[in-house]
Design a protein around this ligand. Structure first.
Ligand SMILES: [Zn+2]
Length: 73
C-alpha cells in the first residue's frame, strides 16, 4: 500500500538542477534552479535569446551548458 509515494512524486525530495549563466557568459548574473533538466534547458534558451541574442542553442553550446549544470540536493 503506497504511503509516502505521492509526496516523492511531487519532487519535494528530488535533486534540483542549477545553472549560473555567469559560468559561461562572463559578467551575467542570471541563475536558474529547477527540478527538471528539460525545463532548465528551455529556460536557459529563453534567457540566452533575450539577454544575449543567441536564438539557437547548437549542439556545442548545449554541451557547454550541460557541463555547467550543478546538482543541488
Ligand atoms: Zn546570461
Amino acid at each position: 500500500m503506497p504511503r509516502r509515494l505521492l509526496r516523492l512524486e511531487n519532487g519535494e525530495c528530488g535533486t534540483m538542477k542549477r545553472f549560473a549563466c555567469g559560468d559561461v557568459v562572463a559578467g551575467c548574473t542570471w541563475t536558474m534552479q529547477v527540478s527538471d533538466e528539460a525545463d532548465l534547458m528551455a529556460l536557459i534558451a529563453d534567457h540566452t535569446a533575450v539577454a544575449h541574442g543567441i536564438t539557437t542553442l547548437d549542439d556545442e553550446l548545449i554541451a557547454v551548458v550541460r557541463e555547467h549544470i550543478q546538482l543541488v540536493s
